[in-house]
Design a protein around this ligand. Structure first.
Ligand code: SAH
Ligand code: SF4
Ligand code: F3S
Length: 474
């Protein structure tokens, strides 16, 4: 086997790569999955442009193709596989082309990709991007290059991401990596490893830097931002003395530090976890007008029995209490969620509980999925994926329809009100119209006049579509 397992101890070889001339080589980088994956791609682009690569939008002319992958559901993986077959055809014409798989599918499918299917030359997991220059060199020398080692410390804190495909107004900043929650349906703890928080000083510095470069909004990213905790040594809460805990920076404090950079900088964050979201965080959102009144709080199911099997760490009642806290502390807060239909053993009654919860809360927006069993997860090992595909899909269609109605009502309620909108660019349909979002994350469209990207404009909403408000500057 000529696969080279590169471990963290030989990262020093990166230096060797610097003497090699990569100038002029073109990198095509395509990303799938969540915002964290897109934010990782910006780290990858930063590392490789430092080494002399230039980015291309056209994979036919690339010397190196990287695909940053997602493993969250089976169809996410299928899409990546189809794409790899496209790249294989280009490689036939250009044998020197290198193809690499990055991100969440790397760990799971490393040997399949490299050996059985010979689809790729390089496989790199989410914690090993510093090793990329080294691995590319290995691949250029004809070796198969792989590093899927997950780290307990890596946060890429010192690297400045190259903002890819950004609108120049909003930037994403990762504040932590990995996840320790082990929700039974979820593959993320296996693909991204243990949870670790990033040094707040480096987060503030990055947020200041984007603001100085004209950005007006940052979104702080983590799989569970409420468990963010920085104690200096990167230790977990349970391993800290009470004095150390008191001196540590928690998520509410981090939010405040970022909000204080400038009142002109909007702050958003994702994802909040119902089991860990404290009133402190909600009070901090209420305290600073530039922290947006918007919370994404995934519920997954309205049935306490299913939530228990999902290992989510809360009940329906607990979740409703957190919702009540949001409504009490942040009046006029936009709320969105994630929901899974057809999890193992889900009955019609469980499904009806999800429906009744949705009717009660009336989310502004929801991301909805039918359950897809993932290898290695607790659910795969412990439970049977026993809800028929047709039933999963029918339940999914029902909640999508209900959410469509709820979203429509929510948008309608915005009519007649004045919304502070941060302009992100032209609207999809016309260059005479601008689009942006209000604090609650609803898209607002209005006539351009003399306004431009990055401006804050007060808009009186006069009409709407299901999810977009339309109005006039006031
Ligand atoms: N950390 C976030 C979610 C990350 S994954 C949280 O805890 O909420 C994004 C969403 O994908 C999840 O909220 C869930 O709704 C969905 N998801 C995750 N695994 C899934 C699976 N196996 N099948 C279907 N949907 C899944
Ligand atoms: Fe997955 Fe749960 Fe972690 Fe979210 S909190 S990433 S759903 S394990
Ligand atoms: Fe994100 Fe997909 Fe990985 S949702 S964390 S890219 S599995």
């Amino acid at each position: 086997m000529d696969n080279k397992i590169i471990d963290e101890s030989i990262q020093g070889q990166v230096l060797k790569f610097e003497t090699k001339n990569t100038a002029g080589k073109k990198l095509f980088l395509e990303s799938y999955g969540c915002q964290m994956n897109f934010s990782d791609s910006e780290i990858v682009a930063s590392i490789l442009t430092e080494k002399g690569f230039s980015m291309t939008q056209n994979f036919e002319e690339a010397d190196l193709i990287f695909i940053n992958t997602c493993a969250i559901r089976e169809n996410a993986e299928l899409r990546v596989r189809n794409r790899l077959n496209d790249f294989k055809r280009v490689k036939k014409k250009n044998p020197k082309l290198l193809v690499g798989v990055l991100g969440c599918m790397a760990e799971r499918l490393k040997s399949q990709f490299l050996e059985q299917e010979k689809l790729v030359d390089i496989v790199v997991g989410p914690d090993s991007y510093r090793d990329l220059p080294n691995l590319i060199e290995e691949a250029e020398d004809g070796h198969k290059a792989i590093n899927v080692i997950l780290s307990k410390e890596e946060t890429y804190a010192d690297l400045t991401p190259l903002r890819l495909g950004s609108n120049g107004v909003s930037a994403f900043i990762s504040i932590m990596r990995g996840c320790d929650n082990m929700c039974s349906f979820c593959v993320v703890p296996f693909t991204r490893g243990r949870e670790r928080s990033r040094d707040p000083d480096s987060i503030i510095a990055e947020a200041k830097d984007v603001f100085d470069n004209g950005y007006k909004e940052v979104t702080l990213l983590g799989q569970n931002v409420d468990s963010y905790l920085w104690s200096g040594g990167g230790l977990k809460k349970e391993n800290l003395s009470s004095e150390q805990q008191a001196a540590a920076t928690n998520f509410a404090q981090l939010l405040e530090k970022v909000a204080l950079i400038s009142p002109q900088l909007r702050v958003r964050f994702s994802t909040s976890h119902p089991k860990d979201m404290t009133d402190d965080v909600l009070h901090m959102v209420a305290k600073h007008t530039n922290i947006c009144n918007y919370i994404h709080l995934p519920v997954q199911s309205g049935s306490s029995r299913i939530l228990e099997m999902m290992n989510r760490g809360y009940t329906r009642e607990w979740y409703l209490d957190r919702m009540a806290a949001i409504k009490r502390i942040i009046p006029n807060c936009g709320i969105s969620t994630d929901i899974i239909t057809g999890f193992c053993s889900e009955t019609e009654e469980d499904h009806q509980q999800t429906i009744s919860l949705m009717k009660e809360i009336k989310y502004d927006y929801a991301y909805m999925f039918s359950y897809s069993e993932r290898p290695k997860t607790l659910a795969e090992r412990k439970y049977k994926d026993d809800v028929a595909e047709a039933v999963k899909k029918r339940r999914l269609a029902e909640i999508i329809e209900l959410q469509r109605l709820n979203s429509g009502i929510k948008t309608l309620l915005g009519i007649g009100q004045v919304h502070e909108v941060l302009v992100e660019g032209f609207s999809k349909k016309s260059n005479e119209m601008l689009m942006g979002r209000n604090s609650q994350n609803t898209v607002v469209v209005f006539p351009k006049q003399n306004y431009k990207k990055g401006d804050y404009v007060n808009i009186l909403a006069t009409r709407c579509t299901t999810s977009t408000l339309i109005g006039e500057p006031v």
